[in-house]
Design a binder for this molecule. Structure first.
Ligand code: T5A
Length: 217
């Protein structure tokens, strides 16, 4: 595939949405076609699955059901949006991907890591991100940022994940750091407690490095 695939990972409030916009600008300035998207979601059908996954309802959703729905949404997203764009030579900036399943369902909800890897092979064999930026922030800081943003927007509903415990998010954060340590060639870990300008600069420098390695800077 000719295009480039960048994923952004981190706990709630790490700054992924904010950084996605800065990466898009950098790519566009250099003449690349680029799309920003997110998971779960990214296509009309996958966004419907996002609604099911994030909304707190009266029925329980087991970790296995949650994992299958995450991969169902991912499969639809890949088939309808990500793979076609990459084949056209475009860049994709994706807010979360399979590392989120490893961190949230694997570490957070104790879903078997081997099974998650098996589903990943089934759904996106031969496709891994060219670059994954892990915006690392202590749990309390991330959750406070997410809470403040929610209040600023006047949102009153807390989704199924935001209502999880501190311990849950600590496991998620640790799992992300373990993923990054296991694949240092794909991951760049950025200290997201820094002022936003410094986080943007670090993220753009990492992307420029990837562009340079591909001869596309
Ligand atoms: N999920 C997802 C799974 O469990 N498994 C999976 O496989 C996948 C794909 C998705 C949920 O789904 C779960 C994980 C999630 O719980 P979401 O809304 O897409 O939910 O994800 P969130 O992480 O909740 O998104 P947020 O929008 O809360 O976090 P962001 O995007 O990381 O944060 P952002 O950019 O909106 O910033 C939050 C606030 O902080 C400020 C921003 O201005 C903003 O107000 N901020 C900073 N302030 C100071 N200094 C900085 N450096 C700052 N960076 C940002």
């Amino acid at each position: 595939m000719k295009g480039g695939f960048v994923t952004l990972e981190g706990i709630e409030g790490a700054g992924k949405t904010t950084i996605a916009a800065a990466l898009m600008s950098l790519l566009e300035e250099r003449g690349h076609s680029v799309q920003a998207t997110r998971e779960p979601g990214g296509t009309p059908l996958a966004e419907q699955l996002r609604g099911i996954l994030l909304t707190r309802g009266s029925e329980t959703m087991s970790p296995v059901a949650e994992t299958l729905l995450m991969f169902a949404a991912r499969c639809i997203h890949l088939e309808n949006r990500i793979r076609p764009a990459l084949i056209r030579g475009e860049w994709i900036i994706c807010d979360r991907f399979t590392d989120a399943t490893r961190a949230y369902q694997g570490a957070g909800r104790s879903v078997d890591a081997g099974w998650i890897d098996q589903l990943a092979r089934e759904v996106h064999a031969g496709l891994e991100p060219d670059l994954t930026l892990l915006l690392d922030v202590p749990v309390m800081i991330g959750l406070e940022r997410a809470r403040t943003r929610r209040l600023t927007r006047g949102e009153t509903v807390v989704d199924r994940f935001e209502s999880e415990t501190i311990e849950f998010f600590e496991r998620v954060r640790d799992a992300y750091l373990s993923c990054a340590a296991a694949e240092p060639q794909r991951f760049v870990v950025i200290d997201a407690t820094q002022p936003l300008e410094a986080v943007v600069a670090a993220a753009q420098a990492a992307l420029l490095n990837t562009l340079t390695q591909r001869g596309e800077a």
